[in-house]
Ligand binder design. Structure first.
Ligand SMILES: [Zn+2]
Length: 123
């Protein structure tokens, strides 16, 4: 008769550096404590050569399950920037009258170019 294997608990006492790194891993991957621990353990035991590539991949897939899906929100990098100074937010678009070049602009530049002879407001 083959006994079914039951999972074993393992208590670890981490020093400050490892605990801090573990906390970062947990936050970066949005994992619960157990899954973050199992994910780190899987990585280490694989690198030490004690599990196969296939087993490693299966365990990564099993434990790298985020607690929740973060809503995608635009990062500041994805928001349009003022074409003159690079600041946020863009409040207006202006056009150079002769060449017709349009540029996005922040509040400061929208105000500065409002009465400028070379530029006109588009939106
Ligand atoms: Zn600007």
């Amino acid at each position: 008769m083959v006994r079914r294997f039951r999972e074993h608990g393992l208590m670890l006492f981490l020093d400050g550096e490892l605990y801090h790194a573990f906390s970062k891993l947990q936050a970066d991957k949005c994992l619960g404590r157990s899954f973050a621990g199992l994910r780190a353990f899987t990585e280490g035991i694989y690198r030490l050569g004690y599990i196969s590539e296939r087993s490693y991949q299966a365990h990564v897939e099993k434990y790298e399950v985020p607690l929740f899906e973060e809503e995608s929100k635009p990062s500041p990098k994805e928001l349009p920037k003022c074409d003159f100074c690079g600041k946020y937010p863009v409040v207006s678009v202006v056009k150079e009258k002769v060449l017709g070049i349009e540029k996005k602009c922040c509040g400061y530049h929208a105000e500065n170019l409002r009465a400028h002879p070379k530029w006109e407001k588009v939106s």
